[in-house]
Design a protein around this ligand. Structure first.
Ligand code: SF4
Length: 253
């Protein structure tokens, strides 16, 4: 991928771009694609708070099995909706939230439960509308806008946040919430780049840069990682030569 057509404003921007280029090669460049249809992405995220993926899916399926479709979910008695989604962590909080979200979507579209109007809205308008919903934070709004509508925003979760802080292009005191705007400002405003940056740093945090005992020996970022330098000193030619050139889960030990 070509370097962004900008002069790096800061050393942090240069590091963030190096991180992106290296992980893009290491894990492989991906075309931006949605994880799930927009309505499912939005409502499932509300169900997922402090809930396992299996229980979130069960709640989603039971909800639609009980009430049929989104108009049915909106019209359902709230306690019955809470019962249908009882595998989630806080069904009594989430049920009225889901119905409020559905009410707002219906008010916006005049009827259909379809979020595609977000494609035509300016990014900042869509972000403000989504984050004004109960239970929808910056990460969810960013995921929806980037993955489903290819808007130039950056979702930041704990993995992306941890890798960015360890490599050293995000300050140690910057919160996950604040990191959304800080990291976005370091990267080119291009949805495909931001999609790959998110996916690769998320994956890196899950597979190599673990919260406990990061697997630095296998990490292609060690050459400029602040955490590595602090814990192991300057990287040696031997350490670099022993680093795999590409991610290969079958060879991982
Ligand atoms: Fe994480 Fe270690 Fe890689 Fe730095 S060198 S990004 S701490 S795994």
């Amino acid at each position: 991928m070509p370097a962004p057509d900008v002069t790096y404003a800061t050393a942090a921007a240069e590091k963030a771009w190096a991180d992106h280029q290296i992980l893009d090669h290491f894990y492989g460049h991906l075309p931006p694609e949605p994880r799930r249809p927009p309505m499912r992405e939005l409502i499932s995220t509300v169900l997922s708070h402090r809930t396992t993926h299996a229980d979130e899916e069960l709640a989603y399926d039971r909800m639609l099995a009980a009430f049929g479709d989104w108009p049915g979910v909106l019209a359902a008695p709230t306690p019955e909706l809470a019962h249908a989604i009882r595998t989630t962590r806080w069904p009594d909080t989430q049920a009225p939230r889901i119905q409020e979200i559905l009410r707002r979507i219906q008010a916006e579209t005049g009827g259909p439960f379809d979020l595609d109007f977000l494609a035509d809205w300016p990014t900042s308008t869509g972000m403000a509308w989504l984050t004004d919903m109960p239970g929808i934070g910056l990460k969810t709004a960013s995921l929806l806008l980037l993955f489903n509508y290819h808007k130039p925003v950056l979702p930041v979760d704990t993995h992306v946040h941890r890798v960015a802080q360890r490599v050293g292009f995000l300050g140690p005191k910057v919160s996950v919430e604040k990191a959304h705007s800080v990291l976005l400002a370091l990267l080119p405003p291009d949805a495909e780049t931001l999609f790959n940056f998110h996916k690769h740093n998320y994956w890196h945090g899950q597979q190599i840069c673990f919260f406990l005992k990061p697997n630095c020996a296998r990490c292609p970022l060690k050459g400029f990682c602040s955490y590595y330098e602090e814990h192991f000193g300057e990287v040696t030619a031997e350490a670099l030569a022993a680093t795999p050139a590409k991610w290969d889960p079958t060879a991982w030990g």
